[in-house]
Design a protein around this ligand. Sequence first.
Ligand SMILES: [Fe+2]
Ligand SMILES: [Fe+2]
Length: 390
Amino acid sequence: MGSNDSQENGNLLSRRELFGATSLAAAGLAAGSLIAAPLAEAIPQSGKKHEPLLPFKYDIEKTEGWVGEAGSAKEANVDEFPISQSIAGVSMRLKPGGLRELHWHAIAAEWAFIISGNVRATVISPNGQAEQSDFGPGDVWYFPQGHGHAIQCLGPEVAHFILVFDNGHFSEFGTFSITDWVAHTAAGVVSRNLGLPPAVVATLPKSELYITPGKIPPPIPEELRGGDPDSNQFPHKFRLGAHKPLQFSGGTERVVSSVEFPIQKTLTGALMDLKPGALREMHWHPNADEWQYYISGRARVGIFGAHGRVLTEEFEPGQIAFIQQGFGHYIEQLGNEPTRILILFNSGVYQEISISSFLASNPPGIIADNFKLTRDEVAKLPKSYQGILG
Ligand SMILES: [Fe+2]
Ligand SMILES: [Fe+2]
């Protein structure tokens, strides 16, 4: 095998050199410059400092956001929360009859979870199939990037829902709204396209309405204007709150990935309920960033970003956490009230590796050597996935 192998090995980076490469990448150097760099520069110097971890907590509900007559919206994207590169969140409230007008999103898919109240949403798919569905607490929708949609509150209470977009650079305040388009298009074009006399076109909204007052819709939905199309074979609605949860001694978790909800290709959602005193065990996600919104109760989250870097933060309702792909983390429930967390991952495929599973997937001898433990001590370590410890 000899000469070929040694030649190839000569072209491979050693483990030590790879660590150097990783830290250079973390410092923001482009891959191209990394490859071109002389080898000596890729080797870390002793005592080299690594950048501290970025803040991973944001208090979205403490912000003022957009407030109108019929509702409000608060957002967290990279402008407000720089670490949140892959996911943007919005907390929206609609008053009874309040309408989030017809619109679409050019650069992101939209996922939503209803915390309280009821809304009716319409959505059109590029294949022409239209769908009209009612959503209550615990329900989820997913509108793929570009699908046109509208949302109206059914009353009698204010509807509060969390919107999650699969792009941290997305802004809810820069969406493609139908009034914005029509208001800025030549009146003659609008008149001809919509079949409205110029005098009526002149009365249309002069700028984007975004969220506007409306009448509470009837309990039984009206037919769609174009008539009901063939029933939609690819529904945009999933009842996450009613989904059978995974049970653990410390709580439950309901997970919706593209397996359970095929249209939801770019995100996975989860609803985690922690009993008082529970510990969501140490784990990481190989394929996705994690975004959390605290619905009720409190918790402490610890993250690990290699090179000895850790951060812990405490969370209460209305706050967001963002944990980067591959970063180790855990959640300690705090306080006497149960804690409910809405969790999103920026992949339609759910992946996780827990510390228990990792340890269980090794022979006792390796674990004993790794931790300097006796065999008896190793025998006491967990032998399988624990999820949420009670
Ligand atoms: Fe939207
Ligand atoms: Fe996680």
